[in-house]
Design a protein around this ligand. Structure first.
Ligand SMILES: [Zn+2]
Length: 141
């Protein structure tokens, strides 16, 4: 634990501050990337649960967006006054970087939290969340 992230920027070597002083590697103005590797790499393809970890600072990411892709995996499921309560998985292709323009949210009523909806993942305590959301929204019109 340190004020500095464990790793510098992989691209430019700049030292990164931690966003939280008690974190090991939670870079401020940077992002941590983790991978088990994959078939095809001659450098890293872990089959024993060991991840390769690197940080890239925001300036380096912004400076080379033409080298980035993005892949929308799910839309947040949101209920009035409680915010995100689940994930609705989508089947979309990876695309060149666009700047996170898809901010679509699946809005549901508090009573619908935890219902059997295709491709939707709920947290383990979804029943308690539904009760909380219903009580929070009671009396509103
Ligand atoms: Zn950098």
């Amino acid at each position: 634990m340190s004020e500095e992230a464990l790793l510098p920027c992989f691209t430019c070597g700049k030292t990164l501050k931690n966003a939280f002083p008690d974190a090991d590697n939670q870079p401020s103005e940077g992002t941590e990337f983790r991978t088990y590797g994959h078939y095809g790499s001659t450098f890293w393809d872990s089959l024993d649960g060991e991840e390769l970890v690197l940080n890239i600072c925001d300036d380096c990411l912004r400076g080379h967006t033409e080298r980035l892709g993005q892949h929308k995996r799910y839309r947040p499921v949101s209920a009035h006054r409680v915010g995100m309560v689940g994930k609705h998985y989508v089947d979309r292709p990876m695309v060149p970087y666009t700047g996170h323009t898809d901010d679509g949210v699946l809005k549901i009523e508090p009573e619908e939290i935890g219902f059997d909806m295709p491709d939707t993942e709920w947290p383990e305590n979804v029943g308690a969340i539904r009760e909380y959301a219903i009580k929070l929204n009671e009396g509103e019109t």
